[in-house]
Design a protein around this ligand. Structure first.
Ligand code: GAR
Length: 196
């Protein structure tokens, strides 16, 4: 059984897709051992609780410095003894030490077809605003391994999504989630859990 730790910052619809896929058997040989959020009061925590999954908050606000936060975060991560760490909308820069300790064991979902609309400053709705601004007709989502760059690690899976005339950033975000993110993130976890 692959021990999966999911890290979140907000609504947690990707977390929900992972939970649902474990329940339906679309993900096998994996269990979600915990959820870490950097924010208090977010829906992700409720989703974890409803699924009976251990969840906690490690917030930078509770630490005197970034270095102390990084240490606290890594200690919490280690406490779950994860085989795989899934960044499911975790909008915090991962401490270098954590990337070293979990090399090739951290994956991230990004809401564009990397290498488009990724890197520093491209997260959440901003990615879709940029895609609409550029006028691309296709966008999508990418699951990739996390290395020390921003969105630069090896790509595991991608799925394209059509941009429609008149899309707002929110509409596009929703379609990318439904048609791509909620499918490829669970699929990538299943792939890793089963050495596919
Ligand atoms: C998702 O769209 C995810 O791809 C994005 O944040 C959203 C989280 O939604 N992540 C990034 O932009 C990372 N650079 P969720 O909390 O509902 O899963």
């Amino acid at each position: 059984m692959l021990r999966v730790l999911v890290m979140v910052s907000g609504g947690g619809t990707n977390l929900q897709a992972i939970i649902d896929s474990v329940n339906t058997g679309d993900i096998t040989n994996a269990e979600i051992v915990g959820v870490i959020s950097n924010n208090y009061g977010v829906k992700s925590l409720e989703r974890a609780k409803n699924a009976g999954i251990d969840a906690c908050v490690v917030s930078p606000k509770d630490f005197a410095s970034r270095a102390e936060f990084n240490d606290g975060l890594l200690a919490k991560v280690n406490s779950y003894k994860p085989d795989l760490i899934v960044l499911a909308g975790f909008l915090v820069v991962i401490p270098e030490q954590m990337i070293d300790e979990y090399e090739n064991r951290i994956i991230n979902i990004h809401p564009s077809l990397i290498p488009s609309f990724c890197g520093t400053g491209y997260y959440g709705l901003k990615v879709h605003e940029a895609a609409l601004e550029r006028g691309v007709k296709l966008t999508g989502a990418t699951v990739h391994y996390v290395d020390k760059g921003t969105d630069t690690g090896p790509i595991i899976m991608q799925k394209a999504v059509e941009v429609r005339e008149g899309d707002t950033p929110k509409e596009l975000q929703q379609r990318v989630m439904e048609e791509a993110e909620w499918k490829i993130l669970p699929a990538a976890i299943n792939k890793i859990a089963n050495n596919l």
